[in-house]
Design a protein around this ligand. Structure first.
Ligand code: PGA
Length: 243
């Protein structure tokens, strides 16, 4: 694992964006695995800026996102499709037909998951997978549990995740209780993984993920088995890790 220590959120965002843009420059038709949440917002902003300066071309890029709330449609401003469109897709020259997320409007979980797995397989999988990390060590919506789920599945969100995500909704009761998420095996099959973390509130999760035992109780700990992981984190998020 490579660790890139950034001073703060803004430097972390720039360093994460550099790695993503290097991937696009090296392989213009790459498959990017993307994430939502507060963490990647700065990196997406930086990528959009480099695109507007003529430094990046997204025209041949394909994206597969980690997850989507079950029950939310693309035009719901809390859906992850809406987020991706707002922060990245609408700001760059990506072909929207090549941007994929699980279909939150598919009520039948089995169908939604099967279809998303088929899409992921058809893309050939991610060249680079961007991840955030939850306070409980989740990646995507793979919540702490008794086993690592392999492919796309429907999850019931943990209380901690519901609380963490309430900030994006009018109230806690508006947070969807279920989501479709890429599985751990799919995440691990990405050729390269970039996990971004910022803030002291992530310090325990980062330490447990990278310096603790590998266990489904801390889903991100499985990344210790991946041969090409870059952790880009600010000083606060790394504050509990050994030097
Ligand atoms: P955050 O979420 O970027 O909003 O902190 C990360 C996550 O829960 O995976």
């Amino acid at each position: 694992m490579q660790i890139i220590k950034a001073k703060d959120y803004s430097e972390m965002s720039r360093r994460a964006a550099q790695i993503i843009s290097a991937q696009i420059l090296m392989k213009p038709d790459c498959v990017l695995g993307l994430a939502t949440g507060s963490t990647p917002v700065g990196a997406y902003k930086q990528l959009a800026e480099w695109y507007s300066q003529g430094e990046l071309d997204f025209s041949a890029v394909t994206t597969i996102n980690l997850d989507e709330y079950k029950g939310l449609s693309r035009d719901n401003d809390q859906s992850y499709y809406y987020f991706m469109n707002e922060h990245l897709f609408s700001k760059v020259n990506i072909d929207k037909n090549r941007t994929f997320l699980p279909d939150g409007t598919e009520a039948d979980s089995e169908t939604a998951c099967r279809k998303y797995n088929e899409i992921i397989h058809a893309t050939g999988g991610a060249d680079l997978q961007l991840l955030g990390i939850g306070h409980n060590g989740h990646i995507g919506f793979n919540e702490p549990g008794d086993c690592f789920e392999k492919e796309t599945h429907c999850v019931t969100l943990s209380e901690r995740t519901i609380q963490a995500n309430t900030r994006f909704f009018a109230s806690e009761k508006d947070v969807p209780r279920q989501a479709y998420t890429m599985g751990i095996q799919t995440i691990l099959s990405a050729r390269k993984i970039l996990l971004a973390a910022s803030g002291e509130d992530k310090a325990d999760a980062v330490k447990a993920a990278f310096y603790g035992p590998v266990t489904p109780r801390v889903p991100a700990s499985i990344l210790q088995f991946h041969p090409d992981v870059v952790l880009v984190a600010d000083e606060a998020a790394l504050s509990k890790c050994p030097d």
